[in-house]
Design a protein around this ligand. Structure first.
Ligand code: FEO
Length: 427
């Protein structure tokens, strides 16, 4: 295995050969520390772009962030002329990959742009250029470069709707876009040469791909018949030339549940999280727990946030059918542990899970409504208004909490009658 040389003897950026017909023309961004506001990048990242040379023309796969265009064009020019470029493929339209596209198309006006069908509206919104011409493609479409063929595979939601992979058929090379990528910057480029990037690969999956696990599995089903690949070349991070199948397998593992649960196929799961200042919200939680447990085929769990770490709870939440949150109201707000847990849920798919909120309060009790609004914002179903109780629950109010739990458990099983109890007005 040879180590890559990224610049020529005069220091000008140059392309790196990945095979006889494929070159890397990406750029390194070692100083980036935060990507897209939410992702940490301990040693920066790379924006990988590639050139494929066929007997009847050249293709460019993805471009780079606009501010890095200089190195990108220098590398491109070291291996191809602009008038040779027949095809430009964007696997994904985020600006870190489309930034240099307008200038590339200005320099290679004869080239045809290929993007996924789902990318069409995004292209105009991102680049603000109505006059850009392109060909939308779907899975199975292909473009010929003579003795080389690029075949397209739509892999939606990994991690945008537009995402696709491009397969260089004759060489069994997969240009995978963000998929199998990570934010890791290393001049040695290749996975068998760079430093230990495993943490970055897993971190990237957890934050970018995890919310779309079902789409990950669908994409892997699409890719599996084409494997084994000789190389997997993502849009960020190390180029996977050594045992690339391991990364496919790891995605498969990560998109499964960590441990098969003991919950029966005919059962539903309900998790109740609470935090309590003086024990009042805890009493409510326990009563709701009792009420929910009285319904067969619903497995109910009760957790005090004061005694748990957030990360394992996020894993539990991902697999649960229903989620209840109990919070006191302090200074007109729900309390921080509840918000911390909710803010950690961006990495899981919550759509259509059942949600509910409860809590004791002293003066005003806004916290319950605020959390309820947040659950709706996260796309949970909140079929019963939150239950609020002023200070210490009475025996009657404890009964109402039991009823609240019972009703929500029934709702999980689809057994709840149309009876609507507005428990928000109990206080
Ligand atoms: Fe690397 Fe989703 O952009």
């Amino acid at each position: 295995m040879t180590k890559p040389v990224l610049s020529n003897s005069e220091g000008a950026p140059q392309a790196v050969a990945l095979s006889q017909r494929v070159h890397w023309i990406g750029v390194l961004d070692p100083n980036l520390r935060t990507f897209d506001i939410i992702l940490k990048t301990a040693n920066g990242t790379s924006y990988n772009s590639y050139v494929v040379r066929g007997s009847e023309g050249v293709a460019i796969i993805d471009t780079v962030k606009e501010s890095f265009s200089g190195d990108f064009f220098a590398r491109l020019e070291s291996v191809a002329r602009y008038d040779e470029i027949k095809v430009i493929v964007l696997n994904h339209l985020e600006p870190d990959h489309s930034g240099a596209l307008p200038e590339l198309m200005r320099r290679a006006p004869q080239a045809r742009l290929y993007i996924s069908q789902k990318a069409q509206s995004m292209l105009k919104a991102l680049l603000k250029q109505d006059e850009l011409e392109f060909t939308p493609v779907i899975t199975g479409d292909a473009v010929s470069l003579g003795d080389r063929t690029l075949s397209f595979l739509h892999t939606p939601y990994l991690h945008w709707p537009d995402t696709q992979c491009t397969h260089l058929v004759e060489e069994k090379i997969l240009f995978s876009g963000d998929v199998f990528g990570c934010h890791f910057c290393d001049t040695r480029l290749f996975n068998d040469e760079v430093g230990d990037f495993r943490f970055s690969f897993e971190y990237y999956y957890a934050h970018i791909m995890r919310p779309f696990k079902s789409y990950v599995n669908t994409a892997l089903d699409l890719l599996d018949p084409l494997s084994p690949f000789k190389q997997i070349l993502p849009a960020h991070g190390p180029l996977l030339r050594d045992q690339p199948q391991r990364y496919l397998q790891r995605y498969r593992e990560l998109s499964r549940s960590a441990l098969e649960s003991d919950i029966g196929a005919d059962e539903k799961t309900l998790l109740i999280f609470y935090i309590s200042s003086y024990g009042n919200t805890r009493r409510m939680a326990e009563a709701i727990y009792e009420g929910a447990m009285s319904v067969e085929k619903v497995r109910v769990s009760l957790y005090d946030l004061e005694g748990g770490e957030i990360t394992p709870f996020v894993d539990l939440i991902e697999g649960a059918d229903g989620l209840l949150f109990g919070t006191p109201t302090i200074n007109g707000d729900a309390v921080k542990p509840i918000w911390d847990l909710l803010s950690s849920l961006a990495v899981v798919n919550l759509k259509s899970k059942l949600g509910g909120v409860f809590g004791s309060y002293g003066w005003t009790g806004e916290g319950v409504k605020m959390v309820e609004d947040r659950l709706r914002g996260l796309k949970l179903r909140v079929p019963i208004p939150g239950i609020r109780i002023k200070l210490i629950p009475t025996d009657e109010e404890i009964c109402q909490c039991r009823e609240f739990g019972h009703e929500l458990a029934q709702e999980l099983l689809g057994l709840r009658t149309s009876k609507v109890i507005d428990l928000a007005d109990l206080s």
